[in-house]
Design a protein around this ligand. Structure first.
Ligand SMILES: [Zn+2]
Ligand SMILES: [Zn+2]
Length: 374
């Protein structure tokens, strides 16, 4: 069954207040609560769906992640009905010019559990998220960035099981192996993940000394991330299997590197095209000129300014834009005519001469605004 949008599930608008969200959930929870609908699978599903939606939308951080990234943003952060645990972690900064801004983990136990009532479930490790900010030019031409972060690796002593050599596991005494406990919340009860066993349903009789029973060891890791040419702001690069190791030898999660692009002082970008503006003089605009313009990749190109060009007109230079997918966009140069604020004596004489030749037009007629160059 496809997952329904959380707002749709609760029947609230995106801008609904916390109170409205709570009210909407309360209504659904009363209607579909399993204790009121014994044996009704559909009601149970509806109850779970509403609870999951509520747990995300009632939490500012999860709500923000959901609004921005949809289900992927809150994957594994979900409801108490799920076998998910919520994890947050910081990342340290990375070197030099790039700042690694840390954030949340949005990964989670998206893998599978063992079918034996949670005994020793093998699951995929959490996905990790890393944010980087890269210079405009690097985003256009592509780059490699070394990032440093820490991830959970499987403990080498217990191979991720968390149990000391030969020690077994026993059913969790708190939840009797179900991985969930029920709490009364006012007029109804809600199941949530058991804290004694973290939802696993079992506890280790004798924890591994190396890892204290977690089965994981935190390790610093450096990796080189290739940022493709033409990458867009907000896009992410996924590096498979570089997230946390999975419990009990499960596969590692992925590392998501989110890219933010620093604006450039002079260049702007629209899809594959680059834009910049250069000043020209009144005489260059009137007479035409060859000018030299620096491109984003620090080449100098010769550009012919046609005689009689108007202020704000754009010249197109083919194939000097963003390279991506085997082609390249264009560079657009906007010409900004600079009227001299101070004239030399000679300059003034020449312009006065020009004014005489042109004749005085002291009653100009309006022209359409659309003729202004853009
Ligand atoms: Zn261990
Ligand atoms: Zn338990």
């Amino acid at each position: 069954m496809a997952k329904r949008d959380y707002y749709e599930v609760l029947g609230v608008q995106k801008n609904a207040s916390k109170d409205d969200i709570k009210k909407a959930y309360r209504k659904l929870a009363i209607q579909y609560h399993p204790d009121k609908n014994p044996g009704n699978k559909e009601a149970e599903e509806k109850f779970k769906e509403a609870t999951e939606a509520y747990e995300v939308l009632a939490d500012d951080q999860k709500k923000a992640a959901y609004d921005q990234f949809g289900f992927a943003g809150v994957e594994g952060m979900g409801g108490g009905q799920q076998d998910y645990s919520q994890v947050f972690r910081g990342f340290e900064d990375i070197f030099g010019d790039f700042s690694g801004i840390f954030d949340t983990f949005f990964g989670g136990n998206r893998g599978f559990r063992g079918s034996g009532g949670g005994q020793g479930g093998v699951r995929q490790g959490a996905n990790l998220r890393y944010d980087i900010e890269i210079p405009f030019k690097d985003a256009v031409f592509g780059t490699k960035v070394e990032i440093q972060y820490s991830r959970n690796e499987s403990c080498p002593v217990c191979k991720g099981s968390g149990a000391a050599n030969g020690a077994g596991r026993k059913t969790c005494p708190t939840c009797q192996g179900s991985g969930q406990v029920r709490h009364s919340q006012g007029f109804f009860s809600v199941a949530s993940t058991c804290h004694s066993c973290g939802g696993e349903g079992y506890v280790i009789e004798q924890p591994c000394r190396e890892c204290g029973g977690s089965g994981a060891q935190k390790k610093r890791q450096k990796i080189m991330v290739t940022i493709p040419a033409g990458v867009e702001n907000g896009k992410r690069v996924v590096i498979p299997r570089q997230g946390d190791a999975g419990p009990n030898g499960g596969p590692a999660g992925d590392l998501y590197v989110f890219i933010r692009i620093k604006p450039h002082e002079y260049f702007e970008r629209q899809d594959l095209d680059l834009y910049c503006a250069v000043p020209i003089s009144v005489s260059q605009a009137a007479l035409g000129a060859d000018i030299h313009v620096a491109t984003l990749d620090s080449k100098t190109i010769k550009v012919k300014v046609p005689a009689g060009i108007q202020n704000g007109k754009m010249l197109r230079i083919r194939d000097e834009g963003v390279p991506a997918g085997g082609r390249r966009g264009n560079l657009y140069i906007k010409l900004m005519i600079q009227i001299p604020e101070k004239l030399s004596r000679r300059g003034k004489e020449l312009l006065e001469e020009l004014a005489k030749v042109e004749g005085q037009n002291d009653s100009p007629k309006p022209i359409p605004l659309s003729t202004l160059g853009e």
